[in-house]
Design a protein around this ligand. Structure first.
Ligand code: MN
Length: 288
């Protein structure tokens, strides 16, 4: 049996939403190149309400947005304007610089729930151009008790068309009964619980918890106590030293200082988002 470490996410507030942050955590900064995971909601959204996360910058990462319920309007400095609904993937590659806003669509009322993930970009592409992809259709595969949707990478012989710059995988699991997942032994993996209750090797996983599973597994058995949703993340262990501050993924304080100054001064680096929401001010790095 491989390693299993179960941890509890911590609560934070993003825009108007409460999130449970399971990555990064002390002692576990990354899973493959996955370096950030916020499970947002479920929250009741009134008409005109929603995430309302105003324009803010990113560098050195990709953002993966995946909804279980509700809808969000993505806008960015590339001119993208994209509504996302459950079952669809928004994937933004920051490269050297991008900014985006996540707004309400204005007419949705009901429940909003989803997960936002970041993927650290490798040295080869982290200084590159920004890009945005929307995937309305993704490959789905049925295991015994599960419907697996492949957001990124390959799983069960199916490949997502979404861009990835390192070897990794991200899969939504909709579980109705016990299931065994195929895994790549050269990947490390983690499971993040979003709904319901499952058990892996006797460890209970409920919303807000993450189970880190290490490398060396070619399959994983999951016991399902009730209908459940989980995210399976995996990838080749990321061996570049990351420095994360606020919305930036970098390698040095100098890089963070430069990005912070560009956003604070609103110079030309990040561009403009056509959003009705106010800009989110940069947090000054603690070392300044
Ligand atoms: Mn963002």
């Amino acid at each position: 049996m491989g390693v299993i470490e179960v941890g509890e996410g911590r609560e934070a507030t993003v825009g108007h939403l409460t999130v449970r942050r399971t990555l990064p955590r002390r002692g576990r900064r990354t899973v493959g190149a996955w370096c950030f995971a916020d499970h947002m909601g479920p929250a009741d959204v009134e008409e005109g309400g929603g995430p309302d996360i105003g324009p803010h910058p990113h560098m050195g990462l990709q953002t993966v947005t995946w909804l279980l319920d509700g809808q969000v309007l993505h806008k960015d400095t590339l001119g993208s304007e994209q509504v996302i609904t459950p079952g669809q993937l928004n994937l933004m590659t920051a490269g050297h610089a991008v900014a985006h806003a996540e707004e309400s669509t204005g007419h949705y009322r009901g429940t909003l729930e989803g997960i936002q993930l970041w993927i650290a970009l490798p040295e080869a592409t982290r200084h590159g151009e920004a890009a945005f992809e929307h995937h309305a259709e993704l490959p789905r595969i049925e295991h015994d008790g599960a419907v697996a949707t492949v957001l990124i990478g390959q799983h069960g012989g199916l490949a997502s068309a979404a861009r990835h710059d390192t070897e990794l995988v991200g899969v939504d699991l909709d579980l109705h009964g016990p299931t065994t997942l195929p895994l790549r032994p050269d990947f490390e993996h983690a499971l993040i619980s979003l709904r319901g209750s499952v058990a892996v090797e006797g460890e209970k996983l409920t919303p807000g918890r993450i189970a880190y599973l290490g490398t060396g597994r070619d399959e994983l058995g999951i016991e399902v106590a009730e209908d459940s949703r989980l995210m399976l993340l995996g990838g080749v262990p990321f061996d570049e030293p990351l420095l994360m501050w606020w919305n930036f993924v970098a390698r040095s304080r100098e890089e963070i200082d430069a990005a912070y100054a560009s956003w604070r001064d609103q110079d030309d680096r990040f561009g403009r988002v056509a959003s009705r929401l106010p800009l989110i001010p940069a947090a000054a790095p603690f070392w300044q």
